[in-house]
Design a protein around this ligand. Sequence first.
Ligand code: ATP
Ligand code: MG
Length: 196
Amino acid sequence: MFLSETAPISMSNSDSVAPQALASTSLFLADEAATQALAQQLSAIFSDYFSNSYENNPDENKSARVYLKGDLGAGKTTFVRHFLKVMGVQGRIKSPTYTLLETYNLSSLYLYHFDFYRFTDTDEWLDAGFRENLGENAIVFIEWAEKAGPGLPLPDLELYLIYESAGRTAQFNAFSEKGKTWITQLIHRGTPTSEK
Ligand SMILES: Nc1ncnc2c1ncn2[C@@H]1O[C@H](COP(=O)(O)OP(=O)(O)OP(=O)(O)O)[C@@H](O)[C@H]1O
Ligand SMILES: [Mg+2]
């Protein structure tokens, strides 16, 4: 169950002035099944957003940017894998740890899964030409976005996965109005497998 909306927190990256989150919420993920349930909830919200928002807001650029934070092995790739599976991607889903980017075509939109872990310079994402992927009609997941430095635009949502006993705490922070709406929707939906 989500702990309802919590006090907004600052995003800790290399910015000298950390931006303030517009909304935050967190929940405990006891095991990978709970992570899977959360990925399913977010994919349902995104599917709804991408199918409806054009009619409602014809000028709006349909995009969703989610930056995944957390220590090595916290579950960032696992979350994206479950998200992709529920979106219909079949077969083995590779981690972009070595390739930096894995691209998926989800019928009407693209999904870009980045991993910036191997970057040693904060401008490497620009040199690699990744900026053009960020403004597209696409879902963008970035692991280790903090390696890119302050030139990277803020995400709509940040998902921070934190080790807690045998499971994880998931903290969502919103940095756009869209992201804030999605957090509200997540709170209203709850997560089926996290309720005993
Ligand atoms: N809620 C959870 N509780 C316990 N274990 C989990 C949970 N979610 C995922 N895991 C496990 O934690 C591991 C996460 O590995 P994963 O590769 O997804 O981490 P990562 O954050 O992408 O790491 P990296 O920074 O190296 O890319 C997997 O073994 C997965 O089964
Ligand atoms: Mg990973």
